[in-house]
Design a protein around this ligand. Sequence first.
Ligand code: SF4
Length: 413
Amino acid sequence: MSTSIYLHIPFCKHRCAYCDFNTYAGQEDAIPAYVNALIKEIEFLKRQLNGALDVSTIFFGGGTPSLLSAPQFDSILRALNSAFAVSPNAEISLEANPDTVSQSQLDGIRQAGVNRISFGAQSSNSEELRLLERTHDFLTVIEAVAAARKAGFHNLNLDLIYGLPEQTLASWQTTVQRVADLRPEHISAYALTLEHGTPFGRWANRGLLPIPDPDLAADMYEWTTEYLQQSDYAQYEISNWAKGEEQPSAAGLPSFACKHNLQYWRSLPYLGLGAGAHGYADGMRYSNALRIKTYIDRLINPEAQDAHYKFPQTPAAVNHHKQTQVDEISDYLLNNFRLTQLGVSNTDFKIRFGAGLAEFFPAEIESLLADQLIEKKTSENSEVFRLTPRGRLLGNRVFIKFISSSPSSSRLS
Ligand code: SF4
C-alpha cells in the first residue's frame, strides 16, 4: 500500500484574521534552518525504513510554502526521492499565496518536480479580501494562474471561502464565476468558521463582527454545487470539485481529484513532517512539536538522532497514540462519508473491519436512511452508503450519529 507525505511549512508574511493554522509571521529568517531540519526528519525516516516505503503523493502545505525558494524545494524533493520509492507519477502539490510567486520561482519549482499548485484565492471581492486580511487582490490571482500555466503547470486548484460576514449571495456568485472562468482543474470552497483564539473569533464574541448567516451560507453552497456542475466540474467531496474524465476504477472520481487529499478521505496512511504536522501510519496517529524553534532543535540535536524511535515517530513527534478499532471506525466514517460519490463502500468496510457497516450500526443506518440524510446505492458487485444532497448540508448530524454511538460490540475484534 502506498503512503502519502505531507510537509508543513509554517511561515506566512502576515497572519490572516480568520486563520488558526500552525503558522508564524515574521520568522522567515528561520527558513534555511527549517529546511535543513525537514531534510533531517526525512533522513531519519530513511534510516528507520531502509528505503522500503512506496510514496504516491507529496504535499507541501502551510502556512505559505511558496515562501521557500525553488532550490529549497529541489533539495527537499531530492531528499524524499533518496529516502523513499517515490512513484514517477506521484502527484506533488504545493500551496501558494498568489502574491508570493514570481515567474522564475514557478519555473524553478516546476523543474524541481512539483506538478500541482493550489492557490489561496478566497474571494474576488476587494472588500472581502481586506476583511480577511489577505495580502493580495484578485488581479494578482489572475496573474499567478497565468504564470503557473506558463511554467508548465497543468493541474491547478483555487481555494475559496464563503459565508463571510456581510457577504451577499451575488458577491459570492461573482467570485465563483470569475474563478471558474480561469478554468482551474480543481476548485475547493469551504465555509468560514469563526475559530476560537483568532481575531475573527474575538471580534465576533465582542459583537464587533456580524456573525455569518448559516441559511445564506447554505444557499451559497447549493448554488455553487449547481453552478460548478453546469461548468463541467464534478463534485467528488463535500467541499471539492474537479475536472477530468471519470476514473475507470472509481465511479464519480474525476481525474483531477486531489490524490493527496483522497488518501486522507479514504483513511489511508500518510506521514506528516514539519512543525505541528500530523501523521497516520501503522495504526498510529502522531503529531510533531508545534513551534518552529522546538521542531528544529529536536531534529538537530545529535542525541535525538541516536535515540530509538519506533516508526512512524521521529525526534520531532511529541504526541502519539495507537488507534483502537473504535477510533479507526470513527475516523473511517468521518472521512469516507465526505466523498460525495464514492461514499462508504461496504466491501472496503468489510475488508477493513470484518463486517458490513449495517452490521456495526444497524439502528443508526436505519434512522439516517429514514431521515434521507444518507442513501444506499446497490449495484451488481457493490453496495455504497453516501450522503444525500440534504445530508451534505447536514453532514455534522450524520457524523455525530456514528461518533456518539458505539459500534455493535459483538462485531468488534
Ligand atoms: S496565508 Fe493561509 S496559512 Fe497564512 S495566515 Fe493566511 S490563511 Fe493562514
